[in-house]
Design a protein around this ligand. Structure first.
Ligand SMILES: [Zn+2]
Ligand SMILES: [Zn+2]
Length: 262
């Protein structure tokens, strides 16, 4: 069997990504209620009881809200770095000691190899993840206010990339947020704009036939067509063909994406 990927939810109101192989099923983040996540797993024809692990990127509620509930209900181990465990302990409720897994840089779960890499965000130790299965690589990078060479090198040459396309900078500036929040979103420890996402994609794809999914859109400062068009224009300006060519698509805040098989 191939590597299956489905974004169950992606956006500033909650995040949860589903990854499955023949032997292993994992979630990356569980930032909605346990009930919603469970239902969406069933909606895509999968079994929530079969989730082998939940990986956490950082302690913000839109990434951890349902993690404790799912762990208690289905006896699922949660993987996070030590700093994130300390920060989310009080939010996610009690987790059985055998389900507390502290990840340093990488770990093997079933037939998946999972590697964490640091990103730049206003949480204690935020990470993105690369997941390797056979000769396939899947990368997830959201919640980062800036891009550096380390991040670029980490996510290079992925077969499927989920990338944050959080906001349109002009919409943030003219939008309803109070100034300190605007500064946070646009700052070094905030979120990636549509422009930043587009430029980053041009630096990390190799063949031009990969799957790139835009995610973690802000509800107030973005909309799907704007994110898609902004990124598509940057790719075309850089000589990258899109649909056909690179498969560029969206993920959604309130429902699952297509199921992709690598
Ligand atoms: Zn987030
Ligand atoms: Zn966050």
């Amino acid at each position: 069997m191939d590597l299956k990927f489905c974004s169950l939810f992606s956006g500033s109101s909650g995040n949860c990504q589903f990854i499955k192989t023949e032997k292993t099923t994992i979630l990356v983040d569980a930032g909605l209620s346990g009930k919603k996540i469970q239902q969406e797993i069933i909606n895509i024809g999968e079994d929530p009881k079969k989730v082998d692990a939940i990986f956490i990127t950082h302690e913000h509620l839109d990434h951890v809200q349902g993690a404790g509930i799912l762990s208690r209900r289905f006896d699922i181990p949660i993987y996070a770095n030590e700093e994130t465990w300390n920060a989310m302990n009080s939010t996610i409720g009690e987790v059985k000691p055998h389900n507390i897994k502290i990840i340093k840089d990488d770990v093997e779960v079933g037939d998946l190899f999972v590697e964490a890499f640091d990103v730049s965000h206003d949480s204690v130790k935020p990470v993105g993840y690369n997941i390797y299965y056979k000769n396939k690589k899947l990368s997830m990078v959201t919640d980062t206010g800036c891009i550096n060479d380390y991040i670029v090198n980490s996510i290079k040459n992925s077969d499927l990339l989920l990338i944050e396309s959080n906001h349109d900078e002009d919409m943030v500036l003219i939008g309803p947020y109070p100034w300190p929040l605007k500064r946070r979103v646009l700052g070094e420890y905030g979120h990636m704009s549509n422009d930043t996402a587009g430029n980053l994609i041009t630096r990390v794809i190799k063949k031009g036939t990969e799957i790139v999914l835009l995610g973690h859109l802000s509800k107030e400062n973005n909309f799907p067509q704007l994110a898609y068009k902004t990124v598509e224009n940057i790719l075309i300006e850089n000589g990258i063909e899109v649909n056909p060519g690179l498969c560029l698509n969206m993920t959604y805040r309130d429902r699952s994406s297509l199921v992709y098989e690598l």
